[in-house]
Design a protein around this ligand. Structure first.
Ligand SMILES: [Zn+2]
Length: 217
């Protein structure tokens, strides 16, 4: 899933107005950022088979540290503790933890039953929406519209940068997603992992956009 994770990060601004959009996106995308780093490190494994599902070419072989439910709970707890250690409010910590955990449940909607429950990885979950391109488009599109509606409804621009950069950011996400959806597969795992880590630039974009917008509440 791509747009859906960004959608929950955008929507979370409504519930944690003091947190930067960049921080919220970092929490929502943590599972995939960690996965990309662990692929490069050779700890987790994936194969690329174009056409494996209607949308995603990835055959996930081993990824319990980034994508098991047990790991999601562990990382969510870490985000809560770090947020509190940096004097974040209990509400902000809860929202960050929920975002980290949301990653597993959103992925469970679209993946085939390959998402591990525990670290050992025998029990797996996945509803397989990725097998249907139209269903994936409806699901991720609806989530993104709701997420953007929450973000734009709970913040207002300080200046023209805040207005147009935010719109550019949302448009950029849609363009990237359209490219993925059109079936552009990474040529190898190395490129896939580096592309995943390149989402750090989108998170930085989120930090910058958010500095130019005020929470409405
Ligand atoms: Zn994921």
């Amino acid at each position: 899933m791509f747009l859906g994770h960004y959608a929950v990060g955008l929507a979370a601004k409504r519930f944690s107005p003091g947190a930067s959009l960049g921080t919220l996106l970092f929490a929502a995308l943590w599972g995939d950022l960690l996965w990309s780093a662990l692929l490069l490190a050779g700890v987790e494994r994936v194969r690329i088979v174009p056409g494996f599902t209607g949308v995603s070419p990835f055959v996930f072989e081993y990824y319990p540290w980034s994508h098991s439910l047990a790991a999601a709970l562990f990382w969510a707890g870490c985000f809560v503790l770090v947020c509190r250690a940096f004097r974040g409010s209990a509400r902000a910590a809860f929202v960050l933890g929920a975002l980290v955990l949301s990653h597993w449940f959103l992925d469970a909607a679209v993946h085939r039953p390959d998402l591990p429950i525990g670290f050992a990885g025998q029990a797996r979950a996945g509803l397989g929406v990725w097998d249907s391109s139209p269903a994936t488009l409806v699901l991720e599109g609806a989530l993104f519209v709701i997420g953007a509606w929450f973000y734009f409804g709970s913040t207002r621009p300080m200046d023209s940068i805040g207005r147009y950069a935010a719109m550019t950011f949302a448009g950029l996400l849609v363009i990237i997603y359209a490219g993925q959806f059109a079936g552009v597969s990474p040529p190898d795992v190395d490129v896939a992992a580096k592309t995943g880590l390149a989402q750090a630039f989108l998170i930085l974009f989120g930090f910058w956009v958010d500095r130019r917008r005020h929470p409405k509440v």
